[in-house]
Design a protein around this ligand. Structure first.
Ligand SMILES: CC(C)(COP(=O)(O)OP(=O)(O)OC[C@H]1O[C@@H](n2cnc3c(N)ncnc32)[C@H](O)[C@@H]1OP(=O)(O)O)[C@@H](O)C(=O)NCCC(=O)NCCSC(=O)CCC(=O)c1ccccc1C(=O)O
Length: 262
């Protein structure tokens, strides 16, 4: 599908064995549409099968955003691609978890909504001190009821996970590190160098030992994949309601949503 075709929504570079996958839609703060997700899946699977790649980095272009989740301008009940909600987001999340190589999220700005979920499921997260992270689902008529909730709670604990989803606040990189969602915070200008240095260390280590470690970590939380699929199907029904559409419309019209009518 992508043979000999450059990606449109992302870039892919093999830097000395580290596959850097960059979401390249800065005008919409690196929000994803159907095509973006397809290209990300393809890139992760390419990295998985390339023996010269030992580690994968996921980041966003520009200095504003890592990823702000689904593209709200392409969202009218369904997104514009395939899958249960018009985005094969479950396949992308599975690709990040299943590839037998460590995936590092290099969070260079906003990691919000589905973008925050992507950072959460990466094996490790290194963030710029300027990054802002959090959830917006209940403000914009959405929820990632699976990896975004249940897996998040494994990392930050139930109370904090519930706060993140119910309050929809923005957290600094340091606050996210204090909660266990970020491994290291560095000045924004040093993010790339820091991530490169972590990649160099990983490239010195045994790929099979790393793959086994990753698989064993995953085993313990594997049941969340089922919760996630059920959540996705429930969210599809929710997306078809006026209540959900009010959230999307309010964002696009730059106004506060009126959810109390429902
Ligand atoms: C990111 C913000 C907090 C930044 O706020 P601020 O600094 O005030 O800047 P803005 O003026 O708001 O934004 C600048 C510019 O970017 C555009 N933009 C930002 N985010 C998006 C977006 N997601 N889609 C489209 N466009 C976006 C914004 O319109 C501005 O453009 P201008 O032309 O300059 O006006 C803030 O922007 C913000 O909160 N953004 C909204 C984020 C959002 O709503 N994301 C979607 C969340 S829902 C989601 O991700 C579900 C998709 C999904 O993956 C999923 C589906 C079903 C089940 C599970 C999942 C899952 O999450 O896994």
């Amino acid at each position: 599908m992508f043979a000999n075709t450059p990606y449109e929504d992302i870039t892919y570079e093999n830097r000395n064995g580290a596959a850097w996958i960059t979401i390249n839609r800065p005008k919409v703060y690196n929000a994803f549409r159907g095509k973006t997700i397809e290209e990300l899946i393809h890139a992760f699977l390419t990295a998985a099968s390339d023996k010269s790649v030992g580690v994968v980095v996921l980041t966003g272009s520009g200095d504003k955003a890592f990823c702000t989740g689904g593209d709200q301008s392409n969202h009218d009940g369904d997104y514009d691609g395939r899958g249960v909600v018009g985005l094969p987001i479950d396949e992308l999340q599975s690709a990040i978890r299943d590839i037998p190589k460590p995936v590092i999220a290099a969070v260079n700005g906003f990691a919000i909504g589905g973008g925050h979920v992507l950072a959460t499921i990466c094996d490790m997260t290194i963030a710029a001190d300027t990054a802002k992270m959090g959830q917006v689902g209940p403000k914009v008529g959405s929820v990632d009821a699976g990896w975004g909730t249940a897996y998040l709670a494994r990392i930050v604990g139930e109370k904090k996970a519930r706060e993140i989803w119910y309050m929809c606040k923005r957290y600094t990189a340091q606050e996210m590190m204090d909660m266990g969602l970020v491994n290291k915070v560095v000045p924004a200008a040093e993010l790339e160098a820091e991530v490169t240095s972590w990649c160099e260390t990983i490239m010195e280590h045994s790929p099979t030992a790393l793959a086994l470690a990753k698989r064993s970590f995953n085993c313990d939380s594997e049941s969340i994949r089922g919760i996630s699929m059920m959540g996705l199907n429930a969210v599809k029904l929710y997306y078809d309601t006026e209540e959900s559409k009010e959230g999307v419309n309010a964002f696009n019209e730059k106004r506060k949503p009126n959810f109390r009518q429902f």
